[in-house]
Design a protein around this ligand. Structure first.
Ligand code: PMP
Length: 404
């Protein structure tokens, strides 16, 4: 059982007001809020350790390097990677995906096939389209059904000896569907294809085990799991990371540089050119500690309660439709009021201090499937409460009255 009132005290922002009303923050799928433990760790870093890493012999540089590398080890342990050098610090999920896509541009050839899912965020569509343009490979799409689930029988039909890569998110940001990634990975490996899983939406809710999944690449962003923006991680199997060429050239990623030839550093530095987001990398570890101190099982159970409560309450509103009705989903509710634009509802909710996301959620193909311009998305975290959901439901009713 979570002590939600005590947990809420960890998040200073939750006690502020918006438009004269207590903030109700339901935009957690866009970014999570930041606990004081993480805020404190950022202040502590800049107050006591700020220095460039991996370069200086002086004490500050060595201490900052140690903190950065300890954080990498924390991330390794959290995702259960075999080696800490299989964890690459990135600026976020988008960076991790682009790094892998860029690497495959020297591996793929004309006629190769890559498979993505219909439920993807644009950041897991556009880099692969660019890759196809460069290489002559073809993009295939696993279709979705009305419940917002991927159709696995169609996936089976798409797989062939030409399939070289499969990409899908672990959990859809627009609908909350949890995709059957174990099956997807197993089937892809059976035809010799590599798999990248976009874990941006999964990591706030569950603790992925990359070895048990046997996944080739897994990417995530710290800011979705109580960490700061501008930092994330790419897990890659050692053999794959050794095979892929570097993404960017620069300082830190080299072994030796002459004008005739440059040799690259070993993992993980080969993929970490330039001065990274040092504070962000260190504090990513603090955010992981914080999430683990709350406990992922308790988080999942509580968020599920919130989801069930909100689903029932919202569905009692006449003309309200929820998109994404899979039994396998996390605490995301995407919905519309019949005949009313989602943006108008979002604006009225904002006046009431309630933060939701409106629009296509960077997942336009899903909106096209449902033939809608977008949805209102309320996404819940472990620090939200049922009384906040009551405020949302009242707000939606009020918006309906004003806009009908
Ligand atoms: N994939 C999914 C499923 C996401 O939800 C997001 C963030 N909305 C991203 C990728 C991109 O993450 P970032 O902007 O942190 O790179």
């Amino acid at each position: 059982m979570l002590d939600v009132e005590a947990i809420r005290k960890d998040f200073p922002i939750l006690s502020r007001e918006v438009n004269g009303k207590p903030l109700v923050y339901f935009d957690n799928a866009a970014t999570s809020q930041t606990p004081q433990q993480v805020i404190h760790a950022i202040v502590d870093y800049y107050s006591n350790f700020n220095a460039n890493i991996h370069r200086g012999v002086h004490t500050l540089s060595q201490e900052a390097t140690d903190l950065y590398e300890q954080s990498r080890q924390k991330i390794q342990a959290h995702f259960n990677a075999k080696f800490s050098h299989e964890i690459i610090f990135t600026s976020g999920t988008t960076h991790g995906i682009n790094l892998v896509a860029n690497g495959f541009s020297s591996i793929l050839k004309t006629g190769d096939e890559i498979i993505v899912s219909a439920l993807e965020h644009h950041s897991n569509i556009v880099p692969w389209q660019m890759l196809c343009e460069h290489t002559g490979a073809n993009l295939k799409v696993i279709p979705m059904n009305d419940q917002g689930e991927l159709v696995m029988s169609e996936y089976d039909n798409l797989l062939s000896e030409n399939t070289k890569l499969v990409f899908t998110n672990h959990i859809s940001n627009a609908l909350g569907t949890i995709n059957p990634i174990e099956y997807i990975i197993k089937k892809a490996h059976a035809v010799g294809a590599a798999v990248l899983i976009d874990g941006a939406q999964a990591c706030p809710h569950i603790k992925p085990d990359v070895q048990a999944l046997d996944v080739d690449f897994y990417v995530a962003s710290a800011h979705k799991m109580c960490g700061p923006t501008g930092v994330g991680m790419l897990y890659g199997k050692e053999a794959w990371l050794n095979k892929l060429p570097p993404y960017q050239g620069g300082g830190e990623m080299i072994a030796e540089v002459t004008f005739e030839k440059t040799t690259y550093a070993d993992l993980p530095h080969k993929f970490e050119a330039g001065t990274p987001n040092i504070a962000g990398g260190i504090v990513f570890g603090t955010a992981i500690d914080y999430m683990n101190s709350i406990g992922f099982d308790a988080v999942a159970q509580y968020e599920n309660e919130l989801l069930e409560y909100a689903t029932e309450k919202l569905l009692s509103i006449d003309g309200l439709k929820i998109y994404g009705t899979s039994k396998h989903k996390t605490s995301v509710l995407s919905f519309n009021l019949e005949g009313i634009h989602p943006y108008d509802v979002g604006s009225i909710l904002d006046k009431l201090g309630i933060a939701v996301r409106t629009g296509h959620h960077c997942a336009q193909p899903i909106m096209d499937y449902y033939k809608i311009p977008g949805t209102i998305r309320a996404s819940f975290a472990f620090y939200n409460t049922k009384s906040e959901i009551d405020a949302l439901v009242e707000g939606v009713k009020k918006a309906k009255k004003m806009l009908s």
